[in-house]
Ligand binder design. Structure first.
Ligand SMILES: C[S@@+](CC[C@H](N)C(=O)[O-])C[C@H]1O[C@@H](n2cnc3c(N)ncnc32)[C@H](O)[C@@H]1O
Length: 237
């Protein structure tokens, strides 16, 4: 990370700091340390990050460097070819995974916000990996329901929290055996421990749904705002 970039991140406060002060349950210092000890992504992704943090009202929705690098590693290590992403926003996570995919790989990324989709598409068009990304504007659940059974290798769930349970059921249907789900915001800023609003209850319920599912092997990761990593079982034991 360049000194200027680091300074610009550390200099921000409150909502402006976006992903770098996203919850009380994880020490900000550890988050910053992880950020500083993680390889930067491409120049274009750094630009998407800067754009999102400075020019959009929702900087905290960005996955950012640490999670972006993690998504890239999972993409590479799993050998995924067909990825579905629920929640594009400014395109950061889709582009991160696209850069890690082989030439024959494809990502279908879905967002229901035309403004977000326009921004993301402009970044995809500037990327050498952009041709791997098919951005669809619409309701994620409706689009997911049109996808075939058992042909997807990896699903990244990162959209409206109230639908996480439904996204999970559809994701398990479209995943091949051994395929992976990465569900972002599984800690939901620590609010899952004592859920008081609908989104928090939805995330707590989602985590219990996954925990109880015999078709899923699971690993709850405390990276950033929590990532629930789920593998669709080949055989139920
Ligand atoms: C947390 S952001 C996604 C962040 C993105 N994955 C990234 O790393 O930068 C969530 C996105 O989901 C979209 N979204 C929310 N509800 C949706 C729905 N029902 N269908 C499709 N997209 C939805 C929002 O417009 C928003 O852009």
């Amino acid at each position: 990370m360049s000194e200027d970039h680091m300074k610009s991140l550390h200099g921000r406060s409150g909502n402006e700091a976006g992903i770098y002060c996203f919850m009380d349950a994880v020490a900000r210092e550890a988050e910053e340390y992880a950020l500083d000890h993680t390889s930067p992504l491409s120049e274009l992704l750094e630009e998407v990050e800067d754009f999102t943090l400075t020019k959009t009202p929702y900087p905290s929705m960005l996955t950012g460097r640490v999670e972006g690098r993690f998504l890239q590693l999972v993409t590479q290590l799993s050998g995924a070819r067909q990825i579905v992403e629920i929640g594009t926003f400014t395109g950061y996570s889709a582009l991160a995974m696209a850069e890690a995919l082989p030439e024959s790989g494809k990502i279908l990324t879905i967002d229901n916000n035309a403004g977000h989709a326009k921004i993301a598409q402009e970044f995809f068009d500037r990327s050498a990996s952009g041709f791997k990304i098919d951005l669809r504007l619409g309701e994620a659940l409706e689009i997911l329901k049109t996808l075939p059974d058992a042909e997807t290798d990896l699903v990244f769930i990162d959209a409206d929290k109230r639908n996480y349970g439904a996204y999970y059921e559809e994701s398990m249907r479209i995943l091949r055996n051994g395929g992976l789900i990465l569900a972002d915001n599984a800690l939901w800023y620590g609010r899952i421990f004592d859920p008081k609003d609908e989104d928090s209850r939805a995330m707590a319920d989602f985590n219990e749904l996954v925990k109880a599912d015999k078709m899923a092997e699971k690993l709850f990761l405390t990276i950033r705002d929590g990532i629930y990593l789920i593998r669709k079982r080949v055989n139920v034991e």
